[in-house]
Design a protein around this ligand. Structure first.
Ligand code: XMP
Length: 333
């Protein structure tokens, strides 16, 4: 990542017209940078990598090779949707890698949050590098670096301590050193979204809530097991569905389920039923540095509780986390 600062006179991209102008400039710049060479992109399906993919498809078409790694910690249907949109609709050159077993085998029995993050980050690079080695003639690596990432790196370079080790595709092995293509590196998130809209990406993708690189891995607390991960994924899908149906999706910045590794006693069909609690986290923030708790109507909370406890095997309680940041970080790990 080059740590150049955003020029002070750079206009903020607030309209589709300004976004179109930015897109045209970037298409010309990317074409001039890469010529007829190939560019590799790790496409997670998040806003940033999706916008970069759509922009590069427009600029260089099949010269862009997208690799989507499913680390088994994605939300329900997430990988399927990435494939449907990019391969199905945008005709991208997309390689899909289901690495679920690789990740879950490595994570088995690991309960320390930072160790889990490091394993997921390192294995992501391993899987991506394995795919990159199979490809020929790749000269460039595209990244969805955005301006806050650059500001964060500048801060770290100045010796300030990071609270959690975030992961991205940086740190590829020596034999895989590519030249970087970072077309949105001077943009703030709101600008990336406008550019995404101008590129014709679906609104629910462009305005989707942030999802951490380690995915559900930092929400399935402690040592991840497949059954608890499955319960978390199903409960999270219900939460998101109900937020959509009740008009909360656009109003709450980030909302998800956390499932800790504890069980309590419950009762189902007149028998003892031990299960995990599903914890709802729903916060609002502008910069993710601090966050407030969003009030969710009780009727919606009752419905979510009812659905999760009835529809998700292994969950017998639903709780709500009312802790602002600080003191609680947004993610639990
Ligand atoms: P915390 O938990 O530090 O999270 O309050 C702040 C925001 O960052 C997201 N987050 C991540 N994003 N890679 C990411 O791209 C990561 O490793 C990561 N960890 C946390 C979190 O979801 C929240 O939006």
């Amino acid at each position: 990542m080059d740590l150049n600062k955003r020029p002070e006179n750079m206009q903020r991209i607030t309209t589709i017209e300004l976004a179109n102008k930015f897109i045209d400039e970037q298409i010309a710049e990317v074409r001039a940078q890469v010529g007829d060479k190939k560019v590799l992109l790790a496409l997670s399906g998040g806003v940033d990598s999706s916008v970069v993919a759509a922009l590069l498809i427009k600029a260089i078409g099949k010269q862009l090779v997208c690799v989507h790694v499913n680390h088994g910690l994605m939300r329900k249907n997430e990988s399927e949707n990435v494939i449907k949109l990019f391969k199905g609709e945008l005709d991208a050159n997309l390689i899909y890698v289901d690495a679920t077993d690789r990740f879950l085998d490595l994570l088995a029995g690991v309960s320390d949050p930072e160790k889990k993050r490091k394993i997921i980050g390192a294995e992501f690079i391993n899987v991506f590098a394995d795919e990159a080695r199979k490809l020929e003639d790749i000269t460039f690596l595209a990244q969805g670096t955005i301006y806050p990432d650059i500001l964060e790196s500048i801060k770290q370079a100045e010796g300030k301590k990071a609270v959690k080790s975030h992961h991205n595709v940086g740190g590829l092995p020596e034999d895989l050193q590519f030249e970087l293509v970072e077309p949105i590196k001077l943009l703030f998130k709101d600008e990336v979204r406008v550019v995404g809209e101008a590129l014709g990406l679906p609104k629910n993708m462009v305005y989707r809530q942030p999802f951490p690189g380690p995915g559900l891995g930092v929400r399935c607390l402690g040592a991840i097991t497949r059954d608890r991960l499955h319960a978390l994924r199903e409960a999270d899908a219900i939460l998101r569905e109900e937020f959509d149906l009740n008009g909360l999706a656009g109003k709450v910045w980030q909302y998800f389920i956390v499932v800790p590794d504890i069980k309590s006693v419950g009762v189902k069909d007149e028998s003892r039923y031990e299960g995990w609690p599903a914890i709802i986290r729903a916060v609002n923030t502008t910069d993710a540095m601090s966050a407030t708790i969003e009030e969710i109507p009780y009727t919606v909370l009752h419905r979510i509780t009812d659905r999760i406890t009835k529809e998700v095997d292994g969950i017998n309680r639903v709780l709500m986390d009312l802790t602002p940041k600080p003191v609680g970080t947004i993610e639990w790990e």
